[in-house]
Design a protein around this ligand. Sequence first.
Ligand code: AMP
Length: 612
Amino acid sequence: MAAEFETIVGIDLGTTNSVVSIVENGRPRVIGGFGESILPSIVGVDAQGGLLVGHPARNQLGLAPERTVRSIKRRMGEDCRIPLGKQEFTPQEISAVILRKLCQQAEADLKRPVKKAVITVPAFFKEVQREATRVAGELAGLEVVRIINEPTAAALAYNAEPDRAERLLVYDLGGGTFDVSLVQVEGGVVEVLASHGDTKLGGDDFDRLLLNKVCDQFQEEHGIDLRESPISHSRMLTAVEEAKKRLSFEGVTRLEEEFIAEKDGVALHVDMELHRGEFELLIQPLLQKTLTCVDKAIQDADLTTADIERVLLVGGSTRTPLVSELLEEQLGLPLRTDVDPDLCVAMGAAVQGALISGQDVSAVLVDITPHSLGVEVLGLVRGQYSPHHFARLIRRNSPLPITASDVFTTAVDGQKVAVMDVFQGENEDTRLNEKVGDFSLEGLADVAEGNEIQVKFTLDVDGVLHAIATERATGNEKQITIDNAIRRFQGQAGDEARDRLDRAFAASPELQSNASDAWDKNGLDTEESAVVGTMSATVSAPENPELAQLIDRAEEAIRLGRPLKSVAADEDAEELDQLLNRLQSAVDTRSEAKVKESLNELEDLIFYLQDA
Ligand code: AMP
């Protein structure tokens, strides 16, 4: 079938990575096997003067930065020459090397010559930069049949119903640049209504912030600045970028780089833990800048969010979960992440190529999870602490297969069991979601509250969920498999039921206050209890003044009571210890009824002990 049409590949010539795609049997396909479809946009010259492209060039970046170049896209259109070892190249020539490599990959895969291509460029590229891109294509031996804007390509890849007019917001956050466009799509024609961006904002900046944090810490400990040596700087940059990527799927990750420096003849290693929450604090100001651009683009297009149907996420950095969270919060619009954000621009370029060659093209369809999946923990529900907080691990619309993990902590001292109730749905209150299974991690170490439990979900292409809970300190582990985790409650009936419940909940103030009552009655004991979401627990709930006063009083009582343990008789000391623990967990969970109850008892006991 495909051979009847002219072969026109679609190429995303990216700042960080490049991808080539083709339409076959009406569907776009990215060329290259799993993990091999993305070519790092890095070119180098080896010690013998031979050219290196992609991964080999990336590997030599740390060792021979003077013979290697990355992010050449930023220099396109400049009249300059880039030295690589003893040779010099123009930006067009370096881009041509990348394009030629992509074409070779395509030819090897398709087993026929590739002579024509559609190449994408950022919407903000000026004419001279577009021309330089066209020249790069020609130098690579290609006829560039069209240069199209990246948001246009993304919209073509996503437009599921070509006959329906749609307004889309394309949020593209890559390695070096940020771009937001409002586009109108109809009948395969994409019109860009407004575009904004920042040509110097992207994942590279996130890497730099993380690098500085890690290097500052290392310098404090060892008195050595790893940024001063080009080799250790480059090694650390690669390591933090990998750690950053892991933080998109894991709440906590380990950064390890061995033999990174030497002091007094002793080798030094980097070995530290990075938490997603800390990383998010670092990048939040940058993401806020992108949101300002989003607002400006909407205003420039003379639209409001009500006029926009969907938001498309493009570019590797949109995998950072905070990006979706902030966008959802600001726009209140459905986000589409079902086409791989690294691949959708190339796929859209291939769709454009196929349309030029006269093919019928269907939408890009991938298997996605229709619901979010997570566990029930203690945390905020409608601004109040509740044991029914839904801690989402896998977001709705994630392409399958997917793995995600996060770390939670036990809520009380000596907690022996962590119960994992697994839910699917979109509500922050698990009672409005669907329970799909549960399991318990037993035999936890007898330690104070705050014992870390890692929960990891893997959802495979058949919708089977593999859930594992691990006590981090001991490695104690429990796992379950839930078949059809995402299918069981799928469909309109489930959605309708959820909408109905949502409406009922919103309309009933009584139901809302019951949420915290139910929580008080449930109480907590050290045998079996939920876990606290570390992220959500750090968010403080808006408190009523009465509760705040009560908590101040409780904290004062705890402060007074603790030293009495060492002077009280054994029996009294034991009772005091239990009361202190009970009150502390009531304070931590902001449970008014339980604070009152334990506080009265503790104050009485303190009075008695001080008197004795
Ligand atoms: P692009 O220019 O679209 O290829 O995007 C490349 C950028 O995406 C780089 O800064 C990568 O570090 C970043 N990136 C790729 N995968 C992830 C991920 N899983 N989480 C966060 N950032 C990522």
